[in-house]
Design a protein around this ligand. Sequence first.
Ligand code: NAD
Length: 355
Amino acid sequence: MPKVVVLPGDGIGREIVPQAMRVVQAVIKDSPVKLEFEEHLVGGAAIDAVGKALPDETLKACLEADAVLLGAIGGPKWDTLPTAQRPEVAALLPLRKHLELYANIRPVRMLPALVHASTLKQEVIENVDMVVIRELTGGLYFGEKGRKDNPRSAYDVMVYNEDEINRIVRFGFETARKRSKKLCSVDKANVIETSRFWREVTLEVAKDYPDVELTHMYVDNAAMQLVRYPKQFDVIVTENMFGDILTDLASMLGGSIGMLASASLNGQKGLYEPAHGSAPDIAGKNLANPLATILSGALMLRYTFSLEQEAQAIEQAVEKVLNDGFRTGDLAQPGDKVLGTVEMGDKVLEALGSR
Ligand code: NAD
């Protein structure tokens, strides 16, 4: 039976993942594909329990699984640990590396019901519908890093090899082919050598995709254009750190960071998680928005298990709940019906039931 490893992690991860599980289990109830779910420790919770953010048993289970559903990792309790032992560095990055999850996909869609939840103007964000593809296992976050004395300094090295660029850019072109055949590659080729190389390889790959219109944009301009006129974008492909920053920025184009789902893929195998962190400020209070995690569950059904109908059913149920005016605190406007994490999960289940 195909296996899903479930990693709630820390903070609100423990609240939002159970809601996503309820929804995924409900939607596949009548499907011929049966999934086995297995929960494991990760992050600060794993440090507390067994002294290690990514226990061997957890890593082994993830390597053997077809998909991993993750909540969030980290929190103030573990912030003072040396960098290499911190939950995000010691669990999240190695997990991505071991599973070779080189392609991170974040669909950003402005649902009409949420136009008012964004801090951006309605006419700017209405009908935004784009996909940001971020390279996830290379670049600055995985390069050599360290400290030196005299003068006291620190360094992080950014390296990309040809294969790493080729496969992610190709993924971008393939995605663009299935959408409106427009791909924007974001770099900083006016200053950074890795970016100049990125652009060179991208142009070589482009020869295999003459039907896709390729544009290049510097990352600083891309940040500005994303808030100035986001509708110009359809598929964006970029390296790890630029993607990290631009996807958080782009989350406001979808209403709230609590709405942004993500899939990190290596072929069919994938890790699915909300784009936000463990939100220690609201953890344990039933205040977190579970929709990004529920939508990540939909991406899992789509990309790993090819259950397109079920994935769409979840997406439509989420849209219905929002159209009906239900909101968690992060999305609420004065006068809205504000729900807690569990109650939002209940509403999505109800909407699924009424399909
Ligand atoms: P965060 O995303 O956790 O929170 C930022 C803000 O957004 C907070 O005000 C939070 O309350 C709000 N928020 C986030 N998700 C929400 C949701 N689902 N519903 C409602 N509000 C939500 O980012 P942060 O505060 O910078 O980081 C907190 C911790 O999470 C840190 O330890 C950080 O390292 C970690 N982190 C983990 C991941 C991950 O696991 N992938 C990603 C980012 C940050």
